[in-house]
Design a binder for this molecule. Structure first.
Ligand code: 6PG
Length: 241
């Protein structure tokens, strides 16, 4: 595990303000570089204030392309849907063209069919072929108290999928769709947003020099990652936190 690039913030508001500026800066750079910004969203609760804060941002929304790094296998109007959360908090309130927002398909009876469909969508949008990994400008990630990220849960088969973009994850027997480890690691920039004291134990294992990545899957994320933590998550984990 490379030495993590960690920033600790005094509280949630400071972390989210920094995350908003970071995302907008990544967007500005990508749009200047290649005329569009490709970003994959994290689910769960942590990123919601960030998404809400982006509603008022000044940025060329018409050049943003929105994806999800994972999804619960429920309809997008279900309270657990990561897509539903992002639409309600942000995407319904900004002028990103609807055909540039790519929710993971969860209406297929078979999750593997949905995973294959989303993989084809990524290849289409990025102009890549099977066996190639699209390079996202930014992938946002959270981390669970068990050290999972996206829907890459401890000791699940999805952790070992190395030849696909999208895998079928599983949590408590419920299917999930998730970016694979190599797709995440291929990103130009990864940003973890981790808050709360209940994440300390997992962070300690993930930032340790050695450890079991199949027990703490965020250890598998060895790409260009930046970690934004609040003091509650960083206490006892990061010096001077
Ligand atoms: C999901 C997420 C997941 C999340 C972590 C942290 O679908 O739940 O993508 O990986 O980021 O579980 O969740 P919280 O931010 O709610 O703590």
């Amino acid at each position: 595990m490379p030495t993590p690039n960690v920033h600790v913030f005094s509280d949630l508001a400071a972390l989210m303000a920094a995350a908003k500026q970071f995302v907008l800066e990544q967007a500005r750079g990508a749009i200047a570089r290649c005329g569009r910004f490709t970003v994959a969203l994290a689910g769960g609760n942590t990123p919601k204030p960030l998404y809400q804060s982006l509603v008022g941002a000044t940025t060329p929304w018409s050049q943003w392309h929105i994806f999800w790094g994972d999804e619960r296998y429920v309809p997008h109007d279900h309270p657990d849907s990561n897509a539903g959360m992002a639409f309600q908090a942000w995407l319904n309130h900004v002028a990103i063209p609807r055909n540039q927002i790519y929710p993971m398909p969860t209406e297929e009876p078979d999750p593997q069919t949905a995973a294959d469909r989303y993989e084809q969508t990524l290849h289409r949008v990025f102009g890549t072929r099977k066996g190639e990994f699209p390079r996202f400008d930014l992938i946002l990630l959270g981390m669970g108290p068990d050290g999972h990220t996206a829907s890459l849960f401890p000791h699940t088969p999805a952790l070992r999928v190395s030849d696909r973009l999208i895998a079928v994850g599983s949590k408590d027997g419920q299917p999930r769709l998730t970016f694979t480890v190599p797709l995440i690691n291929h990103a130009r920039q990864i940003l973890f947003l981790v808050t709360g004291a209940n994440k300390q134990t997992a962070l300690r294992h993930i930032f340790a020099g050695t450890g079991d990545p199949y027990l703490y899957p965020a250890r598998l994320i060895t790409g260009n990652a930046l970690w934004f933590l609040d003091e509650a998550a960083a206490e006892g984990v990061v010096e001077n936190a």
